[in-house]
Design a protein around this ligand. Structure first.
Ligand code: DX5
Ligand code: ZN
Length: 227
């Protein structure tokens, strides 16, 4: 199980220290929410922030592009130090070439899907991706309420992965707290992006440890072993 704090919920006046805090917290990845004010009604930060904090931590950098023109952003983020780049399936025809370009840059590939989008939309790409990011809120802001109607999509993604023996990870993103992380783990999620619950915690290390204990306790694969 992977825990990925989202830097969007951190103190933006102290990105360097916050990346250092995440690095010492026992987390597995750092999640960067890149918003362009067009694909989503908000603007966050660019490759300069990724480049600035890259030398400060060995954490795996997972860059989530909520952008209408990710094609012009792949190289800048790859060059800045991203390890994985995620684009949205709602971009339609562009998706296949974006996946190819991310691979060509030597980076891992993530594909994100918004709550209103039918899970069938990602099926053509499942054998080409490393991560399926199931949005559990409508993208654009941190601190939103978890949308429970997304749980069956996680379950479906897990069923396809098992039936087709595919290696992609199933990540959830948005409104992930200790309760909703447990619910997502039970239906097959294995990667937990969390902003508010992590960076707003008094003790980030304790929050990461607690979330890891909770998702491990609700991991169906581990539950099977216990029987
Ligand atoms: C929302 C982003 C999320 C968000 C998560 O569009 O993709 O990564 O920052 O923050 P919380 O955990 O506060 O919902
Ligand atoms: Zn995100």
């Amino acid at each position: 199980m992977i825990i990925a704090p989202s830097l969007l919920a951190s103190d933006h006046a102290r990105f360097g220290q916050e990346a250092g805090r995440a690095s010492r917290s026992g987390a597995d990845r750092l999640h960067f929410d890149i918003m362009d004010g067009h694909f989503v009604p908000n603007i966050s930060f660019g490759p300069q922030v990724v480049r600035a904090v890259r030398p400060l931590t060995k954490l795996f950098f997972d860059v989530h592009l909520m952008c209408s023109r990710p094609d012009i952003l792949l190289e800048p983020f790859a060059g800045a130090g991203a390890d994985e780049i995620t684009v949205h399936v709602e971009l339609g025809e562009q998706v296949a070439s974006l996946i190819w370009k991310i691979r060509k840059l030597g980076k891992k590939v993530g594909l994100a899907i918004n709550p209103p989008t039918a899970i069938a939309e990602v099926q053509p790409y499942l054998d080409q991706i490393d991560l399926l990011l199931v949005m559990t809120v409508n993208p654009g802001f941190g601190g939103q309420e978890f949308i429970h109607e997304t749980l069956p999509k996680i379950q479906q993604a897990e069923t396809w992965r098992r039936e087709k023996r595919l290696p992609y990870r199933i990540a959830v993103d948005g409104g992930i707290n200790f309760q909703t992380a447990a619910e997502c783990a039970r239906v097959g999620a294995d990667t937990f992006v969390s902003g508010t619950t992590m960076f707003r915690a008094h003790n980030l290390r304790a929050a990461v440890k607690k979330m890891r204990q909770i998702v491990n306790a609700n991991d169906p694969a581990l539950a099977d072993l216990k029987v």
